[in-house]
Each structure stands twice: as structure tokens, then as C-alpha cells.
Write a protein that binds this ligand. Sequence first.
Ligand code: GLC
Ligand code: GLC
Length: 651
Amino acid sequence: MYEQVSHSLLNAILDDLKPEIRRQDLRHFYTRLGANFYAIYSLFFKLYGHRDDFKQQMLKLVETMAKGYIDRSAELEQIDIQREKDHNWFLSQKWVGKALYTTGFAENLADLADKTGYFQELGINMVHIMPILMCPSGKSDGGYAVSDFRQIDDRIGGLDDIRRVAEEFRKRDILLVLDIVLNHTSDEHEWARKAINGERRYQDYYYIFENREIPDMFEQAMPEIFPESDPGNFTWNADMQKWVMTVFHHYQWDLNYSNPEVFIEMLDIILFWANQGVDVLRLDAVAFLWKQIGSSCQNERNAHLILQLMKDCCQVTAPGVLFIAEAIVAPVEVIKYFGEDAIIAKECEIAYNATLMALLWDGIATKNTKLLYQGVKNLPAKLERATWLNYVRCHDDIGFGFDDYDVRAAGYEPFAHRKFLIDYFSGQFEESTARGMVFMRNEATGDARICGSLASLAGLESAMEKDDPELILMAINKILLLHSLIMSFGGIPLLYNGDAIGVVNDYSYQDDTSKSSDNRWIHRPKINWERAELRKKQGTVEYTLFNALKKMIAIRKETSAFADFNNRELLDVKNEHLLCFIRFNHERPSERVLVVANFDANPQYLDLDVISTKGINAYAQFIDLYSGNKPAQFDRRIVLQAHQFYWLSEL
Ligand code: GLC
Ligand code: GLC
């Protein structure tokens, strides 16, 4: 029944399409629209069917997709077709990512294009260039408060430059990832300015209220994201004499997706960037897309429907383009951003694995894997054709958002354990070598997060200050241990700018008033290329780290068991300092790799008898794929040094 309604509506819409659209050759567009239309219609109807202008909006939606398709270059369409044929292409182990700010890595976009060789030297073939669009200076949230979604910040370049970057990348088989900040705009965006000028149409793009009545109701259940710098979720606008919902900073206005015009505008922007040659779009803060009084306004069901609709629409116009969900939420919630069903309700193909990230840091602080093991064991199974973005550090803070159930199962009391982690990484805990900073302590809830560069959190900064070779080596080994796990876990590893050469905290943000209230800037460094040259000089920290990571990346790419086809088995090895899992080739399960990582500062051993029930021969001989050596073995045990890892293959 619904299908018939949708067919007749589709026919009516096709009749009504603007003549300039109808005159184009839209063969592939029509096949994809036909295949996806029922889902698109049903979702759009669920979200907006109650509105009088539903049909008009539906027509506008189809026109937006058609216009996007007409603008798509022949070259990009060829890539679409090729990726449709090889639709699991991104699950391969061959991809290794890196995230960076343009000016943290290069002078500008043109210079970044010239530095592409660096990515190839390390083996990186997916580059997330952090936000590049216009933002008001001093109110930019590091690029996440966009004032024009189609204009690049002129200090770093223009559209021609990003197209050149895209071309340069495509020549070298490197994927380009850019952000789409879906949840909010800057208060200086044209829509916000028009709203401030009293235009009703644009006030409806946001959540704007006459008085505190509704905001107060919302506040009862909404947590605060930046309680220290931006308490509350609403901001008074004196020009309008109204309250605006601003979940993040006071200058970031939340978009109102209960208005179909907002959805269509943002889809148009997605397709615009897809057509500039972007391969993967990182959808920022997706958990926040739907607001509902009485809820935390995160992970709402309708937020998922919006993402499903975005995916279906993007599939029609630019099917080769993937979405990354940036949803830093509990494991049971993150998993939903892949979609509920790979065919009828897909969302984002890739999602940040914030759970693994936080668990890995827990392992570093506690020197054991009790919580890491629990957390990985209880990570919900994900859909096929979905993969993790596994990372150790990124441009944001670290939140210890593990499941309390797992924390208890590991033998800790959740509140006290989180306090320990905050103390450990902010260096308050006596034995700690970490140099991090507390981010956004919330006095009311006791909650806090951590900032700091990977190297500083792993102890490299304090070790270098002490000029202690042993401590320096220990920090290096921790950094490699963490990377060995994101490279082998299953998913796309995402390195962060500077981590391959051990860049420590950058304290210069403290002297910049536009940054000093946000200590995430401590870990958003500018690469010093003279120092980076040391990666070529044997005996330096830069050399050791860079070359070890380069080797790890090369070996990952050759190891088919590291592709992500839900082909990982976690092992309980009865040694609380080790994390151990088997990765196997999903087509040839006998091709497998035993990954084992020692989080302790002392040597530990892996008892092969314990895992012999898992089909591992206790008498087998192994080779470590990473070092090429046979691991030290005695009495059916494999020995690991402090913070050592192995990628073992049976001989
Ligand atoms: C995402 C970004 C973060 C930003 C926030 C608001 O979480 O990663 O940097 O502050 O969204 O846009
Ligand atoms: C993100 C996350 C939160 C993070 C914040 C800013 O969306 O929800 O963990 O702290 O935005 O970095």
C-alpha cells in the first residue's frame, strides 16, 4: 500500500521536476532513485508527513538530489560505479587514516597538497582535514562554528585549492575526509543573522523561545557539554530578545531538524562537498541532531531517522561517498549509528570507536587489562558493511565514558575509578608520568575529561624533561603498544597529527585569549618541520617512532586477517596484564594472527595451554609478523617485555 502511494508520488514528482532538470541524462540517477525512493519517502513521511507542505518539500528534496547529480563530474560518477561494484572496499586492511588541522600540518591547503609525499612516506592513505570553512575569528570552536558552509576560510585557501588537494590525493589513491557540521551553525551564519533580523522563516531554522518556560523544561534532562566555559544549553540573544538553544558554545546555534527545510539545506551542503571530490564525510556531533523535552537530547530515535534519510539521499546522488559518525556516546548507543539493518535502515558506514580509545587509556593508567577486556568483550556486534575508526588520540578531549556495568565487572567502583583516571592523566597521581590537563570539570556531577597529546599522556614529555633514557624508552613503547592495537583490532586506524613523531603538549594556547579557556588546544600542535626531519636521523625519538609506525602500517596492509569482517575473537588468557585476540581471514579462517599486548611495566607471559582450547596448538612455534623474530618461548609460554606487543603467526 505504502509502496503504491510512494510510486504514485514519485511519478507526480518526476512530472513536476523543473524542465532544465528533466532535459538532462539522468539514467543512473533514476535507477538509484527508484531503488531508494520507498525508503526515502517513508522516512521523510515519518519525520514531516504531518505538515501541509509535505508534498512540496518532497519535490524540493528530489530536486536537490537531482541537481546534485547533474553537478557531479563524470570522473566522480565513474568512482561511484566502481565502488557500487566493489561495495565492501572500505573494509579492507589497506586503509590507514590520519587527522590533522591544515595549519597544524602545513601553511595552507596549497602547501598541504605539496606535502602529500609525507603521507605516502608513512603509509597513510586516508586524510581527514579538519574543518576548513569560514568561522568568525575568536568564536570558531576550532572550525566547528561555521558561518558559511560553502566558503573556505580564506586564510587557508579557496575551492580551487581543495579541489587540487582532492586531485592530488586521487592520483595517489589517498581518500579525502572532510567535516560536515550538521548540528549547529555559528551565530554569524547568514541564517542566524536573518533570524536575528526578525525573519520568521530563519527563526524556524533554530530552536528559539520567547521566554524560559520551554528552555527550563529542556534543561531538566539535558547534560552540559562545556559546563566551565558555556554552562546551560540556551543563550539569551539581546537583539531578538529571545532564547536560543546552544548546546555547545554560546555562539553555536543548534539547527532544528523538525523543519524539513533545514534537512534539505544540509543535504544540499553534503552533496556540494561530495561533488568537490570528497570521499568520506565526517558528520559531526550526530548524537545531538534531535531534541526532545524530557530526554537528554542525545541519541534520539529521530536523530537516527535523519541519518538514515541522509544516507539514502546521498546514495542516490553520490553513492561512492561514505559517512563517518562522530558520536562519542555509550557503546550500546554508538553501534546504532551504523544503522539497524544493512539494507533497509543503514546510516553511517564508519563510526569513531571512542569506547576502545578510552579503554586503551585505562589500560595504560592501571597497567592491566581488566576493564579493557570487559569493554571489548561487551562491545555490541556491529552490522556487516560497517567499520570502526580506531584511534588513540584526536583533536578532542578524552571522556571515560565506559559502561558502569563493565567498570564494576572489572572490580572497580565507577566514581572512584574515574577519579583515579583523571588524577592519573593530569599527573596528580604520584606514580604517574602523564602530563595531561583536566577538561571541563562539572562541579555538580563530579564529571571531568582529559586533554593532552598522546606523547605527553604516555609519559614522553616528563621523561624528556628528566632526560631519562629508560623512561623515554618506556613512553615510546607505550605509544607503539597503543598503535599496535588500533592497527590490528579491526577497522580503520586513525593516527593523529604529530603522533608519529612524538609531539608533546603545546602550551602556547594559554597566551591566546581566543583559546585559553579551552585546553583542547594543548593537543592541537603545529608541526615543526625541522624537528620532523629528525625522523630520518637514527637514534632520535622521532626516528624510532616514525619508523616503527611506518613498519606497522606496511605490515597491516599485507595482513588480510586485519581486514574488518567481524573476524575477531577475544581470548581470556588468565593474565590480567595482557590483552589477546585472534584475527582471522574471513574467507580462509586458518590464516590467522594472534595479537597479544602487555600493558604491564614488567615482563609477563602468555600461557599457551590456557588458549589451546581456542584451536591454538600449545606446542606451536610462532613468528612475530612485526619484528620478523620468533618470540621468546619456554615451557609452552610466550614471554613479553614491559609494554611489548606481538602479532603472531603460527609457523
Ligand atoms: C565535535 C567536534 C568538537 C566540537 C563539537 C561541536 O565533537 O569534534 O571539536 O567541539 O563537535 O561541534
Ligand atoms: C563531542 C562529545 C564530547 C566532547 C565534545 C567536545 O561531541 O560528545 O565528548 O567533549 O563534543 O569535544
